[in-house]
Design a protein around this ligand. Structure first.
Ligand SMILES: [Zn+2]
Length: 420
């Protein structure tokens, strides 16, 4: 068994925390921003130092590859993202990049024999926080392999036209054209040249920490659906319309939301997660009774049968009248549970057990580039604990020991894949 170097990990974690440092413990590092390019430069410089060759593709994804003893073999790739949400933390995404770098650095420093070329990779624009959507590049690169209803949302031309959420006019395509990392489409991750992908990531939830485990062997990304729920009322003057004559869409929506919680909770299903995180109220004026309220519901669980039961509850909203208002529900989007490659997940489990790293099998509730790649080549993920379950915020934290243990598990899982 081989282990990664804690001091080298610490040095990288600290160094990458500088790029986009927001000044209070976290970073804002939008994809293709100057800060993101600093992180990319650091990645490339460090990878060149160990003799890796650098390639970039037409979505500015970066690949740093060390050769193996049998150069004709397919590559094994370890990949994650270097961009963040606004006021994000120092671990989401970048830990998987740092971990991949550390694996290559350990292999070269210790002259660990391996047959296949091994690649560390940065995905462009995973967060989609400046140019939506999330997982943009993996959606483009894996497009031919994705289910059609997902793939249609990730056509390259449409992605290039994605507008900045800040100025509402500049596009992702323009930022890509300006990036020195925009390269050739022939360098894309593809099934002819790559045999497997690993993504090391923070858990972004509290399960590993609560269980006292150091590594998660990720076997699936949870299936989910996202519906819009709309309540239609009548706008009227707030100062003149008697209460009993009102059709208040916001009051109706409040009742509908409480009904959803009560009915879904009756299913008493462990692991079921549902969220209303977005609400639109029209006309949103304090002197006018709302005539339209539109809110989201995001529902996640591994089992499609259970999701169908929740969907029945959501759809039952339409059959009732809510405070004299009508309700309509509409599908925004959905995805099935994505199962990772059993053999690769088995190598992760074996590696963790052999290293004596406390581990457990876990699902991912959050989306990752790995879920799209898994439609194209065998893929799996490794989780490190998130302190107090925090992520997408500045308190996001994973100890150097935990980061290093996760990287060591990835190193040994990659070597097991290499010997296959
Ligand atoms: Zn991430």
């Amino acid at each position: 068994m081989f282990t990664c170097d804690k001091e080298r990990m610490k040095n990288k974690i600290e160094m990458f925390s500088n790029f986009g440092d927001a000044g209070h413990g976290g970073i804002t590092r939008y994809s293709l921003s100057p800060e993101a390019h600093q992180a990319r430069d650091e990645f490339v410089n460090r990878m060149k130092e160990i003799g890796a060759s650098i390639e970039t593709d037409d979505m500015a994804n970066i690949y740093a590859t060390i050769t193996g003893s049998e150069p004709g073999l397919k590559r094994i790739v370890m990949a994650s993202h270097a961009d963040s949400v606004k006021n994000g933390g120092n671990y989401d995404g970048i830990l998987g990049v740092i971990g991949a770098m550390e694996v290559l650095e350990t292999i070269t420093a210790e002259n660990i024999p391996h047959r296949h070329p091994i690649t560390a990779m940065i995905w462009t624009n995973e967060e989609g926080s400046l140019y939506p959507p999330a997982m943009m590049s993996s959606g483009v690169i894996c497009n031919d392999y994705l289910p059609a209803d997902i793939g249609k949302n990730f056509k390259k031309e449409k992605m290039l036209a994605s507008k900045s959420i800040l100025d509402k006019t500049s596009t992702f395509g323009e930022a890509l054209d300006k990036s020195p990392y925009k390269g050739d489409g022939k360098n894309r991750l593809n099934p002819n040249d790559y045999m497997a992908m690993f993504e090391f990531h923070i858990e972004q939830g509290p399960i590993l920490e609560d269980a006292g485990n150091e590594v998660g062997v990720v076997t699936a990304v949870l299936g989910m659906f996202n519906y819009r729920i709309r309540f239609f009322g009548q706008a009227d003057h707030a100062g003149t319309t008697p209460m009993h004559k009102r059709q208040d869409a916001l009051y109706a929506a409040a009742q509908g939301l409480c009904y959803l919680h009560e009915e879904i909770d009756k299913l008493k299903t462990p692991g079921l997660l549902y969220t209303t995180g977005e609400i639109m109220c029209h006309p949103n004026i304090h002197t006018v009774i709302p005539d339209l309220v539109d809110f989201s519901i995001d529902v996640r669980h591994e089992d499609p049968g259970l999701r169908a039961k929740v969907l029945d509850i959501v759809k039952s909203l339409e059959k009732k009248e809510w405070a004299r208002c009508k309700c309509e529900v509409e599908l925004a989007w959905q995805r099935d549970t994505v199962y990772f490659d059993k053999e690769l997940a088995g190598y992760v489990k074996e590696a963790a057990d052999e290293l004596g790293t406390k581990n457990q099998v876990i699902n991912s509730g959050a989306g990752h580039d790995a879920q799209f790649v898994s439609y194209m080549i065998p893929t799996t993920m490794i989780f490190a604990p998130s302190k107090d379950g925090h992520s997408h915020c500045e308190p996001e934290f994973t100890t150097v020991e935990q980061c290093t243990k996760g990287a060591s598990v990835m190193l040994n899982a990659v070597l097991k894949t290499d010997r296959k």
